[in-house]
Design a protein around this ligand. Structure first.
Ligand code: ATP
Length: 645
């Protein structure tokens, strides 16, 4: 958002903005994971309850085994004990299977919930966010980063909760059996826990970087695919492939790093088990020999030791997967924390809605009016010192733990600053029910004018008025429902003709669809395929010609029958017939409504009620064609070039 009035403070996200750490980038805390888990608290509670039962069943096993040994030594019959053991094994198996299913389902639900939140947020971000974010990276956050959350649930976290019960239970049992042996075991375990915690902080950082690389990869793929014809025609396939492969390689390298660090974690539980086993066996042997404990006690102590180490391994796995997930969650949360479009003006909009401001547009006021409008797009801030960031990241890596906050070392490309002015004191009024054309050289600011009417951006100063009311005082949804907008060059969505038409007017009937298609001279496309309205138009409408695409977009706007229609004429050159059809389409939509059309071909606009000439963001002339030819040199030149005078 470029408006000085509505731009939120720089520090938008608690994670990313305004706070730069050595490993620059969005970071998530464990507490931010909790809301995702909390959504499933009932199922998770059930899983924990099952874990407790499972833990009890597991804990009972060594006790039974110890009983079996005692009974065998005494030469007594074993019947009941054996059946109890079999029963316990079966119960443990069933419980663990059900638990596994619940965890997988919950993991999938957490991913689903994160995706929903992300999509909900992304589609509502201010347009300025799309100017500086890469589409592929956003797609990757929805598709890839979210899947990392799955592992938190399935790989350990909840298991570790249940496991910790086994751990505590085993600990108590071991304490009762032999406190001396336990002391030695705890010592070995404490060393391994400290090591794992130190290593896993690094996993979070590297995992986030890996996700960033996956984002880069997705953005690169999107870039090439969306321009595939140009890429092919430029013989750039090899170079584009190489560039994408380099991004894939970056993701792979980071993946290998994650694997290396994780690989340090995995054997630690095993090593801890082996070391404690040897210590317990050695010292335990002496203690049996000296009569301090019995053989049965030593055997059950060792079984408890195994039982205690298993959940420890789970806990280490959990720490690892949580840290990986937190890397991805940082990127998810960064988007979720962005303000949605209009977040700042909710109060104004509520007031406006209460007052019915759109409906109460002032009688006699122009449909659209610009009053001394100045505007500058925000431009992404530069990364000031990448080398400093790298050094700081390396320093943090050496420290192994999660990076501490540092001084701002630079700026990511997602922060924005006000760029150079695009509109400078633009004033004009588009009368109701009339046709206003905006003309001017490329880059003059014509499309920007339409963007301000749609409130994709707000002016830096001055005001844009709809029916005499400043658009900032209107509810955006109401405002947009009054305005049709046909954007330049890319107006068709993948899908069928019907889906395209119904985008703004989901309830329109087939008859209405067919009527608007005829109104814009597109009746013929219905005859091309037996499917009629259900014929697919392909990604970006590639199955339609440039002129047809533009007219389909006009038909869509026409179907909604808005009182004001903004039309950014396609810059692509149309042949005579297509141009004629476009003019007829515009004539059809101009009926009974206020039309503002950006024209690249003066022939489309010579008969407009009013023409506004824009040059370098300034209005340099307003009038009819014949007036402007006399009064405005720029217009005269444009007209001359297009052979109209
Ligand atoms: N989203 C954007 N972010 C930053 N700058 C932009 C953005 N859109 C346009 N600009 C800049 O604003 C200026 C005006 O662009 P605009 O698209 O309004 O011109 P135009 O008159 O419609 O041009 P054309 O006739 O070529 O479509 C240009 O210098 C352009 O580079």
């Amino acid at each position: 958002m470029s408006s000085s009035t509505s731009t939120p403070p720089r520090s938008r996200s608690p994670l990313g903005r305004g706070r730069k750490a050595a490993d620059d980038g969005p970071r998530a805390r464990f507490s931010q994971l909790l809301p995702f888990l909390f959504e499933h608290k009932k199922v998770l509670a059930l899983v924990v309850a099952l874990s407790i039962v499972g833990a009890a069943a597991s804990l009972a096993q060594p006790l039974l085994v110890s009983q079996v040994i005692t009974v065998v030594q005494a030469g007594d019959p074993l019947d009941m004990l054996v059946w109890a053991l079999v029963g316990l094994v079966i119960v443990s198996g069933v419980i663990s299977g059900y638990q596994h299913y619940l965890l997988q389902r919950t993991g999938t639900s957490v991913v689903y919930s994160a995706r929903r939140q992300l999509v909900h947020r992304i589609l509502r971000l201010p347009i300025s966010q799309f100017d500086r974010r890469r589409t592929g990276d956003l797609v990757s956050r929805v598709g890839s980063d979210t899947t990392m959350l799955y592992a938190v649930i399935t790989q350990g976290l909840v298991d570790a909760v249940g496991g910790s019960l086994v751990f505590v239970g085993a600990l108590i049992a071991m304490l009762i059996i032999d406190p001396v042996l336990l002391g030695l075991t705890v010592l070995v375990i404490a060393v391994s826990v400290v090591t794992v915690v130190l290593i896993s902080g690094r996993v979070r950082v590297v995992s986030r970087k890996q996700q960033e690389k996956v984002g880069d990869l997705a953005a690169a793929v999107e870039r090439s695919i969306s321009a595939i014809r140009t890429v092919r025609a430029s013989n750039a396939t090899e170079r584009e492939t190489a560039a994408i492969e380099a991004d894939a390689r970056g993701a792979f390298d980071m993946g290998v790093k994650v694997a290396k660090i994780s690989a340090l974690v995995v054997p630690i539980a095993g090593i801890a088990l082996q070391v404690s086993f040897l210590v317990v066996l050695g010292v335990g042997g002496f203690r049996v020999a000296s009569g301090a404990i019995t053989i049965a006690s030593l055997v059950s102590f060792i079984l408890f030791l195994f039982m205690m180490i298993m959940p420890l391994g789970q806990a280490f796995g959990a720490i690892n997967s949580v840290n990986q997930a937190l890397g991805a969650l940082g990127r998810i949360q960064e988007v979720i924390d962005l303000p949605v479009e209009g977040q700042d003006d909710r109060e104004i909009a509520a007031k406006a809605a209460a007052a019915g401001a759109v409906g109460a547009a002032l009688a006699g006021a122009p449909a659209i009016e610009f009053v001394d409008v100045h505007f500058a797009y925000e431009t992404p801030a530069k990364v000031e010192d990448e080398a400093a960031l790298e050094t700081a990241a390396a320093a943090a890596a050496a420290g192994f733990a999660a990076a501490p906050d540092g001084e701002p070392a630079g700026d990511t490309t997602l922060d924005a600053v006000a760029g150079k002015g695009v509109l400078h004191g633009v004033s004009f009024a588009a009368a109701r029910g009339k046709r206003t054309a905006i003309v001017g050289p490329s880059g003059a600011g014509k499309s920007t004018i339409l963007a301000l009417i749609e409130r994709f951006y707000d002016p830096t100063s001055g005001s844009v008025r709809f029916g005499g009311v400043d658009v900032r005082e209107l509810d955006r949804i109401d405002l947009r429902s009054q305005i049709g907008y046909v954007e330049q060059d890319a107006p068709v969505l993948a899908g069928t003709i019907r889906q395209n038409l119904l985008l703004a007017t989901p309830d329109a009937t087939d008859e209405e669809c067919v009527r608007v298609l005829h109104a814009v001279n597109l009746g013929e496309v219905l005859e091309r395929s037996e499917e009629g309205l259900d014929a697919a138009v392909g990604e970006d409408g590639v199955m339609l010609s440039g002129g047809e695409r533009q007219r389909l977009a006009i038909a869509r706007a026409l179907l909604a029958a808005p009182p004001v229609l903004l039309l950014d004429e396609s810059t692509s050159s149309l042949d005579g017939l297509n141009e004629q059809m476009l003019r007829e389409a515009i004539d059809a939509v101009a009926e009974n409504r206020s039309l503002i059309v950006i024209a690249h071909r003066l022939s489309t606009v010579v008969d407009s009620d009013q023409i506004v000439v824009v040059d370098h963001g300034r209005v340099v002339g307003v009038g009819t064609h014949s007036e402007l030819v006399l009064s405005t040199p720029l217009y005269r030149d444009l007209a001359k070039h297009q052979l109209l005078v």
